[in-house]
Every structure is written in C-alpha cells, then in structure tokens.
Write a protein that binds this ligand. Structure first.
Ligand SMILES: *[C@@H]1O[C@H](CO)[C@@H](O)[C@H](O)[C@H]1NC(C)=O
Ligand SMILES: *[C@@H]1O[C@H](CO)[C@@H](O)[C@H](O)[C@H]1NC(C)=O
Ligand SMILES: *[C@@H]1O[C@H](CO)[C@@H](O)[C@H](O)[C@H]1NC(C)=O
Length: 100
C-alpha cells in the first residue's frame, strides 16, 4: 500500500484543476488522473477495480460520501448500491478516503 501514501496529495492537486463532465468529479479524477499517475506502481490490482465498468462501490480501497455527509454503504454485498452504476454520474458523490 505504499502508493496510498501519495494518493491524498494527488487528490488535492487534481481537485484544484477542476473537472467537467457528467461523471462525479471525484470518480472522474480517480479514473482519469490518479489512476494514470499510479499505473506504473505495484498497486495495479487495486487500480484495476477503478474501472467505469465496475460500480464505484466495488472500487478497492475507496470510501465514498454524499454531499449531505451520509456515507455510501458498500460493505454489504446485498446492498442495492453494490451494483449501482448510476452512482458514476451522481455529482453529490465524493471521495471520502483511500486505503484500508
Ligand atoms: C475495465 O474492465 C473491463 C472488464 O473487466 C475490461 O475489459 C477493461 O479492459 C477494463 N478497463 C480498464 C481501463 O482497465
Ligand atoms: C454517465 O454519463 C455518461 C456521460 O454522459 C454516459 O455515457 C453514461 O452512460 C452515464 N452512465 C450512467 C450509468 O448513467
Ligand atoms: C443508485 O444511485 C442513484 C444515484 O445516486 C440513486 O438515485 C438511486 O436511488 C440508486 N439506486 C438504488 C437502487 O439505490
């Protein structure tokens, strides 16, 4: 998990750049910026789950929170959010934390 130490720096940096698309900003920045930045590291197994064909609830090492402060519950595999693809485009969904 060595690269995780640097992720917060990446997140901070790329958040400043802003984003424009219908993807949630944080989803987009993880997909497009942070992932590319880390692809040469040993975190590939983790990063391979950060994939727009994988619901955000199943992205390894990522915890999400909504704008109103309520966490996205991803621990329960029977939760409706576990397979919710619409969360990709939910602009109220934000990155809470990275790592285990
Ligand atoms: C995302 O996952 C799909 C299906 O597992 C795979 O075919 C595709 O190559 C992956 N894309 C990236 C960018 O890893
Ligand atoms: C999210 O938005 C993108 C871009 O508009 C669109 O291509 C994609 O189908 C949308 N995904 C979902 C799950 O609504
Ligand atoms: C899936 O996510 C969308 C966007 O946040 C939400 O409106 C919808 O209620 C969710 N669906 C389920 C089944 O929880």
């Amino acid at each position: 998990m060595a690269a995780m130490r640097y992720l917060h720096i990446f997140i901070f940096f790329f958040r400043e750049l802003g984003a424009s698309s219908s993807y949630s900003c944080d989803v987009k920045l993880l997909l497009e910026k942070v992932k590319l930045s880390l692809q040469s590291t040993s975190e590939n197994l983790l990063l391979s789950s950060w994939n727009s064909s994988v619901p955000v609830c199943q992205w390894r090492g990522v915890k999400w929170v909504f704008s109103d402060g309520s966490p996205l519950h991803c621990t329960d595999l029977s939760s409706p959010q576990w397979t919710n693809f619409s969360l990709f485009n939910d602009s109220t969904l934000h990155l809470l934390s990275l790592g285990d």
